[in-house]
Design a protein around this ligand. Structure first.
Ligand code: SF4
Length: 316
């Protein structure tokens, strides 16, 4: 089926981010303000319905990648079955973003089911600062999960959100850990989402400040950006790579190819949009095409403008 869903900027949906559930076992400061979880507001759709919707979207869009998110996707009971189901649909790349707390146990079964790439969120190496960021203890458990994922043959990246006044002292320890284990680490500028929707500035640690901090220990050069990528990358003189996802300093909307499916089975064309689009009849080709075009029109032309939804609800 020809993918006719394209906007005035030539953008098409090629990556589907699927929020499996809006539940998490962490309380990250930049997400739920560390005050306990947003009560699960939806029971979500069944794994069977979810896979049918992914298959419909693939038929329309010839998707290249599916990234599983949450809340925390490893809390989704049928996670391994869903990964195997996506592989049988024939989508080339299957990825996941996780906080790593349950990773040591799940890495091998997810790999066997067809998972290829995994981004693990790790915002500090120091136990106290790990707690300050996630309201959980036991940073070693995440480190063990990362090493288990590498051992299982998954392609691992680390994501670290840096919040000014909280964990910027962890930038170099995180880089040292990543480089020592040959892992690409990406630092994220704080996003104006959820409770930070109207006041991200107080925690904002810019791409420029991140580069200055890393330059205090490492020499590096910039690598050309891949189309549709959210991160910019640099390579050090000894061949290690790090990235920065700078939604504020270096926005990446111009060639954005991401579509989101939330745990209620609704679609979002853009993270800046708080308006879920409901498809009533997924078997109605005309309706699905129209709703996908409506979703594409939600996209920002230049940069992310904020969202009242938290990562917990839409998976970032
Ligand atoms: S704000 Fe919207 S258009 Fe921009 S990168 Fe994010 S999802 Fe894409």
């Amino acid at each position: 089926m020809m993918n006719i869903v394209v906007d005035a900027y030539g953008r098409r949906f090629k990556t589907l981010r699927v929020s499996l559930l809006n539940k998490c076992n962490f309380n990250c400061t930049y997400c739920t303000e560390g005050e306990g979880q947003v009560k699960e507001t939806s029971t979500g759709i069944t794994a069977e319905d979810l896979l049918q919707r992914i298959a419909h979207l693939h038929q329309h869009l010839q998707l290249e990648t599916v990234r599983l998110t949450g809340g925390e996707p490893t809390l989704y009971h049928q996670l391994v079955e869903v990964i195997a189901g996506i592989q049988s649909i024939g989508i080339k790349t299957i990825s996941i973003t996780t906080n790593g707390f349950l990773l040591e146990k799940l890495a091998a079964p997810m790999k066997d089911a067809g998972l290829q790439n995994i981004n693990v969120s790790l915002d500090a190496m120091n136990e106290d600062l790990f707690f300050a960021m996630s309201k959980r203890n036991n940073v070693q458990r995440i480190i063990n999960g990362i090493l288990a994922a590498q051992k299982a043959g998954l392609h691992v990246k680390i994501n670290a959100v840096i919040m000014k006044g909280i964990n910027e002292s962890q930038i170099l320890p995180l880089v040292d850990f990543a480089f020592a284990n040959n892992i690409t680490i990406r630092f994220l500028e704080v996003m104006a989402m959820g409770h930070l929707h109207h006041q991200p500035q107080q925690y904002f640690y810019s791409q420029e400040a991140l580069l200055q901090t890393i330059a205090s220990k490492y020499s590096f050069t910039k690598i050309d950006r891949n189309g549709g990528a959210t991160a910019n990358y640099w390579q050090t003189t000894d061949g290690h790579t790090f990235g920065i996802i700078a939604n504020e300093s270096a926005p990446f909307c111009s060639d954005c190819n991401r579509l989101r499916l939330d745990s209620n089975g609704h679609i979002f064309g853009c993270l800046s949009s708080n308006h879920p689009i409901k498809i009533n009849n997924w078997n109605n080709h005309q309706e699905v095409t129209e709703k996908l075009q409506e979703a594409l029109l939600q996209k920002q032309p230049i940069k992310f403008t904020g969202s009242s939804l938290s990562m917990l609800q839409i998976g970032g």
